[in-house]
Design a protein around this ligand. Structure first.
Ligand code: GLN
Length: 507
């Protein structure tokens, strides 16, 4: 194995700066890795070897003239297939968009290109980002590199698995209810959902506009911060984008690496843990909290009583927004068009019905029906309206908790990676995976998941979630980097070890 692929993005950037390697060499090494293991993992829906190498050559040529565009110039990245990429297929994991090639780049993608990061390809996901296992992709599931019979989380399982299996040093995910953080937890990677509005949603195919947020997926907390800096910041093309400088995330990650958290108040959320959480997940979480104490943090117990209603509120608000967003897939403007069988001169409505029937998967249809129902007159007040009130109560719980603590912590997901197929026929069991991640989306606050070790009962990764007040994303990185440093001292190195993983992948 080429050892370049095992290095962090920040290490690769340093090596590029020192002239030890080139972007072409690095990019080729990741492309080779994809060719070697992605048949097993299926993290990518589309690999753009030619485009990535061309961008890498550009980066090398520019570097030779002293024109360096960013701290990660020349370091390749993978992008979740929900972000529009000019000239590259964008399917959102759906048959309805098969073959669609966007005429423009999402702002996130444009910023990656401008910063000189070669784009390796587009990663697999649950259809329209609906799911927690990537099994709802119309193109087949992604597998967890730790155990190919297990799910990599979702909806961004492709991005997480690509990074976990060393097929990319960096990836972009999106998180509406946990789709960056939960895949991070179950694959042993770092995932960050920034403050709502912190990263532009322009060109991000909308599932639920008031909840969707793009963010970094990486192997180290510092790498996530460096990527956050590149894609974050105000965008006039997104009316919900925050017109403020990006929080000092990289500086915070660097300061966290010292492992000193003196004076920091860390709130353990009573409602996010205990009953319903796998014993080994809870154990690794509790041990990590102890480490924070050793690092000088003060632990306080906080209660957020309305969090118990978060899942119910989310599964009304999200489908409501999705049902209206997905109306645009009408067989007229994008992708698939199916003509109904046996109908001569079908009407537009008949074509639309046949196309949506063939083009959408079961989970998407379920949510469109749920959302349409919740928004219908007569039910609006009872369902959508009530859910919005609960959303306000959850925001208030956060406000009160952040008066007592600088950051809040919990396990990221209640269990480690489950087996493929295990929850596919039980939507409610699938939804319960996001019990700890959803409150942050409802309130718009930022969250990070960092690996906390392996659960003793199954040797699978456990995620530790850190939450901060809106616009205080920098705190996530300080705490995340400190925990990462202290844990790696215990483990004697990073959790993700290519030699161990390769017993599962590329057998
Ligand atoms: N798993 C959650 C859902 O199915 C969250 C998805 C997401 O964050 N995109 O809606």
């Amino acid at each position: 194995m080429n050892t370049l692929i095992t290095r962090s993005a920040s290490d690769l950037a340093t090596a590029l700066g020192a002239g030890e390697t080139t972007s072409v060499e690095i990019t080729q090494a990741f492309l080779d890795r994809i060719a070697a293991v992605d048949a097993d993992v299926h993290a990518f829906l589309h690999v753009d070897a030619e485009g990535a190498l061309a961008a890498a050559r550009d980066s090398d040529e520019r570097r030779a003239t002293g024109d360096i565009r960013s701290r990660l110039d020349g370091v390749p990245v993978a992008v979740k297939d929900v972000l529009a990429t000019e000239g590259l297929p964008t399917t959102c994991g759906s048959k309805i968009l098969e073959g669609w090639i966007p005429p423009y780049d999402a702002t996130v993608v444009r910023r990656l290109r401008q910063a000189g990061l070669p784009i390796l390809g587009k990663t697999n996901m649950d259809e329209f980002a609906m799911g927690s296992s990537t099994e709802h992709s119309a193109y087949g599931p992604t597998r967890n590199p730790w155990d190919l019979d297990r799910i990599p989380g979702g909806s961004g399982g492709g991005s997480a698995a690509a990074v976990a299996a060393f097929m990319a040093p960096l990836a972009i995910g999106t998180d509406t209810g946990g789709s960056i953080r939960q895949p991070g937890a179950v694959t042993g990677t770092v995932g960050v959902k920034p403050t709502y509005g912190g990263i532009s949603r322009y060109g991000l195919v909308a599932m639920a506009n008031s909840l969707d947020q793009a963010g970094p997926v990486t192997r180290t907390v510092l790498d996530a911060a460096l990527l956050h800096e590149i894609v974050g910041g105000h965008d006039p093309l997104d009316s919900t984008s925050i017109d403020q400088p990006v929080p000092l995330v990289a500086e915070s990650a660097y300061s966290g690496v010292t492992g000193d958290l003196a004076g920091l108040r860390v709130g353990v959320v009573a409602e996010l843990g205990g009953e319903g959480y796998q014993a080994g997940v809870q154990q690794r979480f509790d041990e990590a909290v102890e480490l924070l104490v050793k690092a000088g943090a003060e632990i306080v117990q906080v209660s957020c009583p309305n969090f118990v209603h978060a899942l119910a509120a989310y599964y009304l608000i999200m489908p409501s927004e999705a049902s209206s967003n997905l109306a645009r897939f009408d067989a007229m403007r994008y992708g698939l068009r199916v003509l109904p069988e046996g109908v001569e001169a079908p009407s537009a409505e008949e074509v639309m019905r046949a196309t949506r029937d063939a083009g959408f998967g079961d989970e998407v249809k379920r949510r469109i029906i749920l959302g349409t129902y919740a928004l219908s007159s007569g039910y609006y007040d009872a369902y959508y309206g009530q859910a919005q009130k609960v959303r306000t109560l959850i925001s208030r719980d956060f406000e009160r908790a952040f008066e007592q603590a600088d950051v809040l912590v919990s396990p990221t997901a209640p269990t480690t990676a489950f087996r493929l197929g295990e929850k596919l026929d039980d939507p409610l069991a699938m939804y319960l995976n996001d019990i700890a991640t959803i409150p942050a989306n409802l309130a718009g606050v930022p969250g990070l998941s960092v690996p906390a070790g392996l659960a003793p009962e199954d040797d699978l990764p456990v995620g530790f979630q850190v939450l901060a007040p809106a616009l205080a994303d920098d705190r996530l990185y300080r705490v995340g980097a400190a925990l990462e440093t202290l844990l790696e001292q215990q483990w004697g190195g990073p959790l993700l070890d290519p030699d161990k993983l390769d017993k599962a992948v590329a057998r």
